[in-house]
Design a binder for this molecule. Structure first.
Ligand code: CAO
Length: 310
């Protein structure tokens, strides 16, 4: 009835020619040209999802494979067309504008071993003060310290490409995967915030993002962006610049890998890949590379950040 199917047109494969669910689905699939999943799956009714706070993904305790929490899709065999709304509509506009920018890509790997240790020490202290401390606040602070040396990366180009504005504030956007889609709230004035303050602000933005409550002030005014796609998976990415910004970094998933220490011994290292994109109309490869080297050095020797913290 849902699909206006005349049962007289369906051939039943059940006992005494009974029409089964898979007969209906394959009938629908033949009409639309869609490919059906293998039939044993059709007979399995997935358990209903637990009524817990909706999250875009959840990390398994025993493995690092994220498990989707969304209700398993029901295969109807029908094509579905719907209008683009909300954040998806905004994404079409921003990304179409981004296409006009010639992207320069640059990738490197960062040895996070020392930072992993440092975060282990600081995490319980931050938690005792009510703040969840991930790696993101360190990534943001290291970027801000780097931007002080390379202000061209925290700039914007006007529409006629005649003027470049070097932004005083480091309002660093963080790409966020939410139920509503991709949003990029930004942490304002990272250059004057401590790592703890950045963490607290990120907690606030994440909490608001997860309940679709982020306001215009949190979502506008960004000057540089970091996208931690590695919290979902992947090693490398090709991030797309958010105009009028001129640079963006995509962080891959940290992995434990063998590397050589200075004495030539193989050691266990926590390796993370970074993929930068910069607007090649105003940023040259050397600038991107020097900034990336500095960002990487702060993360590989986190104590070096102390020297430059205000
Ligand atoms: N590699 C390994 N572990 C990572 C990681 C990475 N790259 N990123 C996060 N983790 C770890 C965190 O350290 C944290 O570990 P603990 O539980 O031990 O503290 C855990 O994974 C969960 O972190 P999180 O994702 O809740 O927090 P975060 O601050 O690292 O990231 C946010 C926040 C908003 C960036 C992230 O939740 C998110 O939405 N990422 C997706 C971004 C995205 O979609 N980018 C694509 C944009 S273009 O379409």
């Amino acid at each position: 009835m849902e699909n206006n199917i005349k049962l007289s047109e369906v051939v039943g494969s059940g006992r005494d020619g009974r029409i089964l669910k898979e007969d209906i689905l394959s009938f629908l699939a033949k009409q639309t040209g869609a490919i059906l999943p293998p039939s044993p799956q059709l007979e399995i009714t997935p358990p209903p999802p637990k009524a817990e706070t909706p999250k875009p993904f959840q990390r398994e305790q025993s493995a690092s494979v994220p498990v989707p929490l969304a209700k398993p899709a029901v295969f109807t065999g029908k094509d579905v067309t719907e209008p683009l709304k909300g954040f998806h509509k905004a994404m079409v506009k921003t990304m179409s504008a981004a296409l006009k920018i010639p992207h320069f890509g640059y990738c490197d790997e960062v040895d996070m071993t020392r930072l992993v240790q440092l975060r282990l020490e600081l995490k319980p202290e931050a938690e005792a003060r009510g703040v969840r401390l991930s790696f993101m606040p360190f990534f943001l602070k290291a970027a801000s310290l780097g931007l002080l040396h390379y202000p061209a990366l925290n700039a914007s180009l006007d529409e006629d490409c005649k003027n470049i504005t070097y932004k005083a504030a480091h309002n660093i956007g963080v790409a966020m995967d939410t139920q509503q889609g991709l949003i990029v709230p930004n942490v304002k004035n990272v250059q004057v915030r401590s790592i703890f303050e950045i963490a607290a602000e990120l907690n606030r933005l994440q909490a608001l993002g997860s309940t679709a409550q982020l306001g215009a002030s949190d979502l506008t005014g960004g000057t540089f962006t970091l996208s931690n796609i590695g919290s979902i998976g992947g090693t490398y990415a090709k991030p797309v610049i958010l105009p009028p910004e001129v640079a963006i970094g995509a962080i891959g998933k940290m992995q434990v890998l063998p590397r050589f220490d200075p004495d030539g011994q193989v050691v266990k290292a926590h390796i993370l890949n970074i993929s930068w994109s910069a607007d090649h109309r105003i940023i040259d490869g050397a600038t991107m590379s020097r900034f990336s080297n500095l960002w990487k050095s702060y993360l590989e020797s986190p104590s070096s950040m102390l020297l430059d913290l205000k």
